[in-house]
Design a protein around this ligand. Structure first.
Ligand SMILES: Cc1cc2nc3c(=O)[nH]c(=O)nc-3n(C[C@H](O)[C@H](O)[C@H](O)COP(=O)(O)OP(=O)(O)OC[C@H]3O[C@@H](n4cnc5c(N)ncnc54)[C@H](O)[C@@H]3O)c2cc1C
Length: 322
């Protein structure tokens, strides 16, 4: 439909968005991607668990993906979407630099924000030696003295998980209760040290985390600290379009609701990646982007076919009348 600038606007150019854009560009759809270049894992030195690309820098991976999308005719703009509204048959998306683009369908892949515990110095070390995901960083910190900061009920799970990568593991209770019963027994059996007391800071020497400081003044030497961020879907655009934002059943954050194809139960709008699946890794986010793209293409094909059938019937009717 030529009334619209694009067939699909992809909001968010991370792994999910670019993967969706690539599939759609290869399906000969007119694609605009808004906002590429700042993936969630940007603080990390390399991407792990990505077969054939292991260790690649997160920004290089995105640059490679963006180049593939443009090779097939997709357009990528380094602008943030600041508004989105439904029009009669599609959508109008405004950017923070004052442009407005229209499209028949939207794919929302705006990712999530990692809300970290409020402890001085944590944010600066995030993705380097303040970590959350063993499959992203576990190998790098194997056999090192690792700490786990308890800020909720998942801390026990995290401690037992990271124990797989190091035998020198300390759980800092911070404000959480002393483990009891079966949990206490599990920690003892796995030789996980439990330290009571509020954590007030992390110690850094020569650009390396070296310890965890307690309110008592004691510093426990550590090389990495595991935390449990709250994962909050970036949902400003989704809000405007009436998508449903739900609390994750495990209490780890909030996400946009969608079905297995990424369809967000609002006609014309799909989602993919961390904005809808808080636990998706890079490969998973990319797969979801591709799945949503195929669903969008199928929806556009149905739309094109309906329209052509209507035109065909009108033509046929006209020729019979003549
Ligand atoms: C420290 C860290 C290390 C990690 N390491 C790994 C690893 O080794 N391996 C692995 O598989 N996974 C890793 N992950 C997980 C990985 O980051 C995610 O799986 C992946 O980034 C999800 O991709 P996404 O496209 O859904 O979201 P994102 O990568 O967050 O991309 C979303 C994009 O949307 C953009 N955006 C947001 N709002 C707007 C808007 N309004 N308009 C336009 N654009 C917008 C953002 O700027 C961003 O570019 C790590 C995560 C963290 C935090």
């Amino acid at each position: 439909m030529s009334d619209y600038n694009f067939d699909v606007i992809v909001i968010g150019g991370g792994a999910a968005g670019l993967s969706g854009a690539l599939i759609l560009a290869q399906a000969r759809r007119r694609i605009l991607v808004l906002g590429a270049g700042e993936p969630r894992n940007a603080p990390a030195a390399g991407v792990h668990g990505f077969l054939s690309r292991d260790g690649i820098s997160p920004t290089e991976l995105i640059e490679l993906g963006a180049a593939e999308v443009t090779r097939y005719g997709g357009t990528i703009l380094h602008a943030r979407a600041s508004s989105a509204r439904r029009e009669e048959q599609g959508f109008a998306v405004g950017t923070d630099d004052g442009q407005v683009f229209t499209a028949r369908r939207l794919l929302i892949t705006t990712g999530l924000v990692d809300e970290l515990p409020d402890i001085p110095g944590l944010r600066q070390r995030w993705g380097r030696d303040v970590l959350h995901c063993p499959y992203c960083h576990g190998w790098e910190v194997r056999d090192q003295p690792i700490g786990v900061l308890a800020t909720g009920p998942l801390a026990a799970h995290q401690a037992l998980l990271f124990r797989q990568w190091s035998a020198d593991l300390t759980l800092f209770l911070h404000n959480e209760p002393e483990p009891a019963g079966e949990e206490g027994e599990q920690f003892a059996a796995r030789r996980i040290t439990v330290v009571a007391g509020k954590v007030v800071a992390i110690e850094v020497t020569d650009d390396q985390l070296t310890g965890v400081r307690l309110a008592s003044g004691r510093v426990v030497p550590r090389r990495a600290l595991v935390v449990a961020p709250r994962f909050v879907a970036r949902s400003e655009i989704a809000d405007e379009l009436g998508l449903t934002i739900a609390e994750h059943p495990l209490g780890i954050g909030s996400h946009l609701e969608s079905d297995s194809t990424g369809y967000a139960a609002v006609p014309g709008v799909w989602t993919a990646g961390n904005v809808t699946d808080l636990k998706a890794q890079v490969l998973g986010a990319a797969t979801q982007g591709a799945t949503a793209a195929a669903a969008i293409n199928a929806d556009l094909i149905a739309d094109d076919t309906r329209r052509d059938v209507a035109r065909y019937r009108a033509r046929e009717l006209g020729s019979h009348r003549r």
